[in-house]
Design a protein around this ligand. Structure first.
Ligand code: SAH
Ligand code: SF4
Length: 415
């Protein structure tokens, strides 16, 4: 049973449970994406292969699916020619449908994706000089109503399945043309050269798209295990960050069972303000949350916890707020870094972004206390790339309007 069933938020809509294993398809075939090796072997055995064959074929198919990214059984060259149609009759290799793909003038790319049952969600790729980060969604919508977040205004439709979560990473690799052509063993110790992004390649994953990943714990865990598998997508856990608004009971489990870096959406340092802007605070307060951070398995000075702090004008951005933030992080002896995020406004949002001067002053106070506090540069503004914004924008705008805006943005960039 998904953890979400066990952790209802009073007064808010409970997540809709979703099939944990295999979503039935109209043609009776089974989509293999999202399934672990063992489950693939079981399905092959159920379809008639003997146990030894099923295990061997599952190992080969797993490698082709997740390591090489093939989408056609015919491309699996170490599988007998006669076996390939047998597979194609029974199984498919799926990807989320792309409804819309946008490319920002700053290189940021954004996709609006659709599940097989017609729900839209989004994914963003942000290239930097030394890395390329994919922002992945965990749910369609979100049950938590953080007041500054656009996703929070949408009703949760459902949790994404492991296949839909890992499928985002696979689709991004398709789009970036990045599947290994030959052998690509996972190095024991990664070197800079192996991961140098060159402003282009997908090197990092953040679970910061739509949804609260810890309210879809098992599916997120299963998907990330495929991403981290050395014979799968082979991305190191040090390159993956999961962001939570503070689902305290699932945090230790996240460290133990997934082991990725943790980011916490703190956003406020007093009960009143955090209750208002991040309502899950009424259930799990700041002290409880910071204690769970202090106990997070795997956190250290080498692997610090990121505290996200969205800068809202006259709400959470005073010098006193900055000083209280420092005090709290020190009181709990947290190996911390702070990410200051300029608020990205959306139509009807009840807040404004703090002024650049205020953000700078806030950052300086935190920085002078010895805690890194970079200000995030907004990316992909011309394509509404902040998470939670594309879907609603697409619902409201006509295609013509979007084309017009894209043309204007391109003209602005040239000017
Ligand atoms: N539900 C998780 C992960 C998804 S939200 C969480 O809340 O952490 C990812 C990040 O985007 C969060 O830190 C969130 O606070 C931030 N965010 C959401 N809406 C934003 C907006 N309009 N402007 C700036 N940051 C925003
Ligand atoms: Fe949900 Fe995160 Fe948005 Fe809050 S900030 S509503 S938890 S997606």
């Amino acid at each position: 049973m998904p953890d979400t069933d066990l952790m209802p938020i009073p007064g808010q809509i409970d997540p809709v449970p979703v099939a944990r294993d295999i979503t039935p398809r109209a043609d009776g075939r089974i989509d293999l994406i999202g399934l672990p090796r063992k489950r693939i072997a079981e399905l092959f055995a159920e379809a008639g292969l003997d146990a030894r064959q099923a295990k061997l074929r599952a190992k080969q198919v797993f490698h082709w699916l997740y390591h090489r990214g093939v989408t056609d059984f015919e491309a699996m060259t170490d599988i007998a020619k006669t076996m390939r149609p047998w597979l194609a009759e029974r199984f498919v290799i799926g990807r989320p449908d792309v409804v819309e793909a946008q490319h920002s003038t700053d290189g940021t790319r954004k996709w609006l994706l659709r599940t097989a049952d017609g729900h839209d969600f989004e994914m963003v790729f942000i290239p930097d000089a030394d890395r390329g980060t994919l922002c992945v969604s965990s749910q369609v919508g979100c049950t938590l109503n953080c007041r500054f977040c656009h996703t929070g205004t949408m009703r949760l439709v459902r949790n994404l399945t492991p296949g839909e979560i890992v499928g985002q990473v696979m689709l991004a690799r398709d789009a970036l043309g990045e599947w290994p052509k030959g052998r690509m063993d996972m190095p024991e110790e990664e070197t800079a050269a192996e991961y140098t992004a060159d402003g282009r390649l997908l090197t990092n994953i953040v679970m910061m798209g739509m949804g609260e990943p810890l309210y879809n714990f098992e599916n997120v865990r299963d998907a990330l295990q495929l991403v981290m598998d050395g014979d799968g997508l082979a991305l190191s856990k040090r390159r993956i960050t999961l962001s939570t608004s503070g689902v305290v009971p699932a945090m230790a489990k996240c460290g133990e069972e997934i082991g990725v870096n943790l980011a916490v959406s703190l956003h406020a340092v007093t009960k009143d303000i955090r209750d208002e802007i991040v309502p899950i605070n009424k259930k799990y307060g700041i002290e409880e949350l910071l204690q769970a951070c202090a106990d997070y398995p795997g956190a250290s000075n080498a692997r610090r916890i990121t505290f996200e702090y969205v800068m809202l004008k006259d709400k959470n951005d005073s010098d006193d707020d900055a000083r209280e933030l420092v005090r709290l992080l020190k009181a709990y002896k947290l190996p911390a870094k702070v990410n200051l995020i300029p608020f990205n406004p959306w139509p009807g949002a009840p807040y404004e972004c703090s002024t650049p001067e205020r953000i700078k002053a806030f950052s300086n106070i935190v920085f002078e206390a010895g805690i890194s506090a970079p200000v995030r540069t907004p990316r992909g503004r011309d394509i509404d790339a902040a998470c939670g914004q594309l879907r609603t924008a697409a619902e409201k705008k006509s295609r013509a309007q979007r084309d017009r805006e894209a043309a204007e943005a391109a003209a602005d960039a040239e000017a």
